[in-house]
Design a protein around this ligand. Structure first.
Ligand SMILES: [Zn+2]
Length: 135
């Protein structure tokens, strides 16, 4: 499956946006990652009210699969939870339980829970409400 185009993501990256490397990981530090994305504080952050986003406390950004990589640990160090028919693998550290965000294999996209980004200032996020419950 080819990686998603940044312009076709649920929150498309603006034309000529300066893309930065963001780092983060889980609480016990078994999982560490980095990914490319425009300035987290300049982009709308998806705050969805669907059952899984609410339960996990997801505040999401989207990046193409090929712009996300593990710098410690791997996919195999996480437990995946899937439900329904959406083929979304919700991943969490099998040691500390931190939800780093799912992969959407079908669409070549990784979703990152901004709460797991290093030094994130939640107060500065521009939350964008999505009515996932109604979808
Ligand atoms: Zn962990």
């Amino acid at each position: 499956m080819p990686a998603a185009n940044p312009k076709s993501l649920p929150v498309p990256w603006p034309e000529n946006a300066e893309v930065k490397i963001h780092t983060g990981g889980c609480h016990c530090k078994k999982i560490r990652y980095e990914f490319e994305h425009p300035d987290i504080y300049a982009m709308p952050i998806v705050n969805c009210n669907c059952s899984i986003c609410e339960d996990r406390g997801y505040l999401n950004v989207f990046t193409p699969e090929d712009k996300f990589r593990f710098t410690s640990g791997s996919d195999a160090d996480m437990t995946k939870y899937e439900f329904g028919s959406c083929n979304v693998g919700h991943r969490f550290c099998s040691t500390c339980g931190t939800s780093i965000g799912p992969t959407v294999v079908k669409r070549g996209m990784v979703i990152v829970n901004t709460r797991t980004i290093d030094g994130i200032d939640l107060e500065r996020l521009k939350l964008h409400k999505v009515d996932g419950r109604a979808m």
